[in-house]
Each structure stands twice: as structure tokens, then as C-alpha cells.
Design a protein around this ligand. Structure first.
Ligand SMILES: NC(=O)c1ccc[n+]([C@@H]2O[C@H](COP(=O)([O-])OP(=O)(O)OC[C@H]3O[C@@H](n4cnc5c(N)ncnc54)[C@H](O)[C@@H]3O)[C@@H](O)[C@H]2O)c1
Length: 349
């Protein structure tokens, strides 16, 4: 497998997107988010998405350069319409607006309708925390997404991720998780590598348990199960509520049949910590709390207890040093894509 630096992955994404007609500033934004997802170890949300994104442009579903417009706003809330520009471009704009509003009045809510894939949701939550805010955000992914409702076998829900963050000294706690048993991208990675996936993540089109990722992409397709295994009704319930916040309240909609891929709806909520308690008091509470959790007696075989987001911080330190391995099949597809667009990746081959 070829190994690239994070900056090389950024270059690959930037050149491919620019060649596909994405305005330079937006291409750089999407390339930042994709390469950063690879850096923290979420390859499912890294440069492998470029094939999907360019296909979406070709189908006219992603609309590079479309205006990200305010459709409604009040003192502490704003609803944007992304008009199917890239999700990363819209999410960054929503983040800036949300932080500005929360700074003004203490808390704020921002929503985006008609949004494309925002990538790694935790990236925006992390930014908020590093700037002194606690945040909660969620995305209702396309209507007939990949996830079956609890007890069902049809794909009615998206993988509907939720992320929550808080400052932790100079760093951040970042919970960033799907409400399905797995992110679809992780199944796609296994599919591309020709590997099987763990039990309990997938069912085939007839509802039988399967570990073969190809079953998810078969015709008719299988489905991803909700998060929680035998308690999957909890993940299912969270997913439903994310459809309410991200899809219904944003105006993005659910069960849309007028679009080839459905639309993502985004909900973001921010709390300006300083307006609730002194930051020094908050930081002291966080330190005490982390110590208390870390000092828990551990289960056999467990060496340490990690905070949400810590595993990504560690992977990032490692990958920014050692580089990121890209599966041969992904690299082959990226080169083929670049060639089809006339993007020059020759110095990286
Ligand atoms: N944009 C979209 O539509 C979309 C849809 C689905 C998923 N995603 C993204 O996919 C990515 C992967 O999601 P996922 O659910 O597979 O993530 P995951 O299962 O790898 O991690 C989930 C959470 O658990 C924490 N964690 C992991 N191991 C831990 C440990 N040992 N101790 C304590 N905490 C631990 C992580 O820090 C993270 O906050 C996320 O970045 C998510 O935003 C995006």
C-alpha cells in the first residue's frame, strides 16, 4: 500500500476537486477536511470519498460554488440552505455563524438544509471546543440511507452521526459517532480491501446476518443495523430523533423521493462556556473528572481508560509523523479519476 503524508493527501484532493470544477477556496476546504479525516484515522471519511464526490458532481447532484444562503434567522438561530454545495463548505460557514451567535447571546442553534455529505462531523465539534465552546451536532443523512429501523430489513435511515464536544485544557473531548452499528464508509473500506466485517453490523437483503460487505452493495441491497446490537432500539431511537432535528426542523426533509440521493440536514448547538461559568472553574472540573475516570479500576486486559476523541488525537500524532497508508485499490481509483479529469498527480505516483 502506498504511504502519503497528510499534505500529499491534501494535494491529491485539491487537484482532483479543482479539475472537477470546484472553486479554489471550496476545493481547499473540502481537501482540508478529507485529509484531516485521514490524519485522525477515519479513512472512511478521507480521500476515498473523492470518487463519490466527483460522481455526485457529474450527476449534477453536488453543485460546486452554489450559494450557502440564510433562509431564516432569529436572535440565536440561523437556518442555511446549502443548495447542494459541498457539505464541508456549508458546515464551516454554519460553524462560524453558530459561534458568533453563541458569543453574542450565550447559546445558539444553526441548521443546514439541502446539504451534501459534511464528512467527519467531529471536526466541526472539535473546532468549537478548541475555541471555548461546548457543542452538540448531528446530521440526518439521506432518506433511504443504509440503515434498517429496529426490527425492519429495509434501508429507511441514514447512519445519522452525532458529535458532542467540550474543551479539555488545550485539547478537547470529542464524541463523534454514528447511531448505526457502523459508518457506511467503514463497510466500503472493507469491501475495497476484500475483507469481511465483524458480526452484528450488517444484514443481507432478506434480513439474514452477514459479515460480507458485498451484501450491502448487492442488488437488492442489504442494510446496516442500528447501533446497540441486542439493544439496537436505542440507536434506532437516536437516529429517529436526529431525523427530527436535522431533517424536519431544518426543512431539509425526510423520506424525500425528489432527489437521487436525498439531502443531508444538519443541526448544530453551541454553548459559550464563559457565559455559564468561569473557564478556570470549568477547566478544574474537567481535570478532576478526567482523573476520576482514568483512575477507575480496570477490567482484565485493559491498560488505560481513554476520553472521547483521545484515540483520534493519538492516531493523528502518529499519522502526521509516519504518514497514511492508502489501500492499493483506492489509490488505483484515485489515479484513474485524476486522469479522467486531467489532474496531474504524476509526482505522487
Ligand atoms: N457525514 C456523515 O453523514 C457521516 C455519517 C456517518 C458517520 N460519519 C463519520 O464517521 C466517523 C466514524 O464514526 P464511528 O461511529 O464509526 O466512530 P468510532 O466508532 O470509530 O468512534 C466513536 C467514538 O468513540 C470514541 N472511542 C473510540 N474508541 C474509544 C475507546 N477505546 N475509549 C473511549 N472512546 C473511544 C471515539 O473517540 C469517537 O468519539 C465519524 O467521524 C462520523 O462523524 C459521518
Amino acid at each position: 500500500m502506498p504511504v502519503f503524508t497528510v499534505s500529499q493527501l491534501h494535494t491529491i484532493a485539491d487537484r482532483i476537486l479543482t479539475a472537477a470544477g470546484v472553486p479554489a477556496e471550496d476545493a481547499a476546504t473540502v481537501a482540508d477536511e478529507l485529509s484531516a479525516a485521514n490524519a485522525v484515522g477515519h479513512d472512511s471519511h478521507g480521500v476515498m470519498r473523492l470518487m463519490q464526490y466527483v460522481e455526485m458532481i457529474r450527476q449534477g447532484f453536488a453543485k460546486p460554488g452554489a450559494p450557502v444562503e440564510v433562509v431564516r434567522s432569529g436572535g440565536s438561530f440561523t437556518i442555511f440552505d446549502a443548495n447542494f454545495n459541498f457539505g464541508q463548505v456549508a458546515a464551516r460557514k454554519a460553524l462560524e455563524t453558530g459561534l458568533e451567535q453563541a458569543r453574542a447571546v450565550g447559546t445558539s442553534t444553526v441548521m443546514i438544509r439541502n446539504c451534501n455529505h459534511v464528512g467527519r462531523l467531529g471536526a466541526y465539534a472539535q473546532q468549537a471546543a478548541l475555541r471555548g465552546f461546548s457543542s452538540m451536532m448531528a446530521v440526518n443523512a439521506p432518506g433511504p440511507g443504509g440503515v434498517a429501523p429496529w426490527g425492519g430489513i429495509e434501508r429507511k435511515l441514514g447512519t445519522n452521526p452525532i458529535s458532542m464536544s467540550a474543551p479539555w485544557g488545550d485539547s478537547a473531548f470529542v464524541l463523534d459517532m454514528t447511531t448505526s452499528a457502523t459508518a457506511e464508509g467503514k463497510i466500503r473500506v472493507a469491501f475495497q480491501k476484500g475483507e469481511s466485517v465483524p458480526e452484528g453490523l450488517l444484514i443481507d437483503a432478506e434480513g439474514n446476518a452477514t459479515t460480507n460487505p458485498a451484501d450491502l452493495y448487492a442488488d437488492p441491497p442489504g442494510a446496516i443495523l442500528p447501533l446497540g446490537g441486542p439493544l439496537g432500539f436505542k440507536g434506532y431511537g437516536m437516529s429517529v430523533m436526529i431525523d427530527v432535528f436535522g431533517g424536519m426542523l431544518s426543512g431539509s426533509g425526510v423520506c424525500r423521493t425528489d432527489l437521487p440521493r436525498g439531502a443531508n440536514g444538519v443541526w448544530m448547538y453551541f454553548v459559550d462556556i464563559e457565559q455559564f461559568l468561569d473557564r478556570s472553574e470549568f477547566d478544574a472540573l474537567v481535570e478532576k473528572y478526567v482523573d476520576s475516570l482514568r483512575n477507575s479500576k480496570k477490567q482484565p486486559g485493559v491498560e488505560e481508560i481513554l476520553m472521547p476523541g483521545e484515540i483520534e488525537q493519538r492516531r493523528e500524532a502518529q499519522r502526521r509523523g509516519e504518514g497514511v497508508s492508502v489501500p492499493d485499490e483506492t489509490w488505483r481509483q484515485l489515479k484513474e479519476l485524476a486522469e479522467s479529469l486531467g489532474a496531474d498527480l504524476s509526482e505522487l505516483s
